[in-house]
Design a protein around this ligand. Structure first.
Ligand SMILES: [Fe+2]
Ligand SMILES: [Fe+2]
Length: 158
């Protein structure tokens, strides 16, 4: 295996660890919010976690194809029992960190002349941009409207 391939596999695995953290974090929030009857917000978190699962899977496929072994370790502790504003701040932090890392990784893959991996990072980046936008909107609504907005997040989710 070339040094460049090894470097790309390491980047893909770093990203996979990040995705595994996001999956676990968003699903914990999904269960907490479901318990607290914030069904609508719970549903958003579950849908986001499922997108992260697809990212983790796509990264693993690429790692295997390159001859590496996909990691199964998340890269951070999962936060529990947070209130909604703290949950959203956690999520914004995860998405911002992922966006920074994936931008750098895409450029490093180009340097390593692996444009397929670069393309994978760019595709995932598009989804993370969407997640960041969605979480930022929620944060702004909570800040501007407080309990009035939180009341709209209750009810049946899935
Ligand atoms: Fe992701
Ligand atoms: Fe995301």
């Amino acid at each position: 295996m070339s040094k460049d391939t090894k470097k790309v596999i390491d980047l893909l695995n770093e990203a996979r660890s990040r995705e595994l953290t996001a999956i676990l974090q968003y699903m914990v929030q999904h269960y907490d919010l479901t318990n607290q009857d914030y069904g609508k917000l719970a549903k958003v978190l579950k849908a986001t976690a499922i997108v992260e699962m697809k990212h983790a899977e796509a990264l693993a496929e690429r790692i295997v194809l390159l001859g590496g072994t996909p990691t199964s370790k998340p890269d951070a502790e999962i936060k529990k029992n947070q209130m909604i504003p703290e949950m959203i701040a956690t999520d914004i932090g995860l998405e911002e960190a992922a966006i920074k890392m994936y931008n750098d990784a895409a450029l490093a893959c180009a340097d390593a002349r692996d444009l397929v991996s670069q393309d994978l990072f760019e595709k995932i980046l598009g989804d993370e941009d969407g997640h960041l936008d969605e979480f930022t909107n929620i944060k702004e609504h909570v800040e501007k409207l407080g309990n009035v907005y939180l009341a709209t997040l209750t009810g049946a989710g899935e």
